[in-house]
Design a protein around this ligand. Structure first.
Ligand code: BV8
Ligand code: ZN
Length: 257
């Protein structure tokens, strides 16, 4: 164990790594004030996800689904990225290939400065037509008649609901990144929603060093090479700091990727 509590096995690998993946879930945004889905205060403790984050739920009650998304959209427009997001963005300068694969729809990785981001489940700030997929940039007021696209289709949030396929190109890029990663970080996810939950397993099978950063153990923990238990907004900046100070102290100092 190094002085700051991170195992040498991790720091040494980070020192040699070229291809690193950070795969994140709702937990990384919790310290920004965005509620998670499960666990303490999770939004799914109060309602069933199938009612609001599914095609059937939307078709059954589009007004209610829009109210839920408008509420979450308003909340996400008022929050800021936290030190966990910023640390991942800062790690980018140290590796030739750093890919962020996020299940989150809050756009906080982009606002923190990460440049290669794969949004598996879409982005809450975008609306699209249910039928033709055309983006629709006007505000939606759930209290008024819901607008329709020129093709007659209903307008919905541009997010992936349960039972829906993920965007093919994004999912393909995510599996490619997982298959070639030397280090795969799983951060702030309960690791149950598929196909996102398969990515760390694909990476581990291909020989990646698997690091989990989470408040509590998950089904992935037994498979991880290192489990860093705690808040990502605390752990990731400390890991970055230790990694960078180790880099500076090394002969030849800063290593350019
Ligand atoms: C599909 C967007 C197929 C919308 C979301 C039975 C078995 C296996 C799979 C299935 C099954 N039945 C159905 C399925 C498939 C289903 C699925 O996986 N269901 C699960 C529940 C079993 N998946 C799907 O439907 C996917 N599509 O499979 O299509 C298909 C095939 C052919 C043809 C057609 C279709 C689509 C899934 C995407 C759903 N959309 N979000 C919206 O957000 O409104 S899912 C949503 O929930 C998120 O995007 C995310 O993916 C998921 C939540 O998970 P997490 O991010 O992990 O959040 P969670 O709260 O659970 O955990 C937070 C963690 O952080 C906790 O562990 C906590 O301890 C930790 N934490 C908290 N604070 C901190 C912290 N950690 C660190 N620091 C902190 N400060
Ligand atoms: Zn349309």
């Amino acid at each position: 164990m190094d002085m700051d509590g991170f195992p040498d096995s991790l720091i040494n690998r980070l020192d040699r790594a070229r291809r690193v993946v950070f795969a994140t879930g709702a937990g990384i945004s919790a310290e920004s004030g965005v509620p998670t889905f499960r666990g303490e205060g999770g939004i799914w403790n109060k309602m069933r996800p199938e009612e609001l984050a599914s095609v059937d739920g939307f078709m059954r009650n589009p007004q209610l689904v829009w109210e839920w998304y408008q509420h979450r959209r308003d909340l996400m427009s008022r929050v800021e990225p936290n030190p966990g997001h910023f640390a991942i963005a800062a790690f980018e300068q140290h590796f030739p290939e750093l890919t962020v694969i996020t299940q989150n729809i809050d756009g906080l990785h982009r606002r923190a400065g990460s440049s290669r981001i794969l949004e598996l489940h879409g982005d809450i700030s975008r609306n699209k037509c249910f039928d033709c997929g055309r983006l629709y940039d006007k505000e939606i007021n759930p209290d008024e008649d819901l607008p329709r696209c020129g093709c007659g289709g209903m307008i919905r949030p541009d997010v992936v609901w349960f039972g829906e396929m993920l965007p093919h190109d994004v999912l393909q890029a995510a599996f490619e990144a997982a298959e070639t990663a030397e280090i795969f970080f799983s951060v702030g996810t309960s690791a149950v929603v598929q196909p996102a939950a398969s990515l760390p397993l694909v990476a581990a099978r291909r020989g990646a060093f698997l690091v989990e950063v989470n408040l509590e153990p998950t089904p992935l923990t037994p498979v991880a090479d290192v489990f860093l238990q705690g808040k990502s907004g605390d752990i990731l900046p400390r890991l970055l700091k230790q990694f960078e100070s180790r880099r500076k102290a090394a002969p030849g100092g800063e290593k350019t990727p």
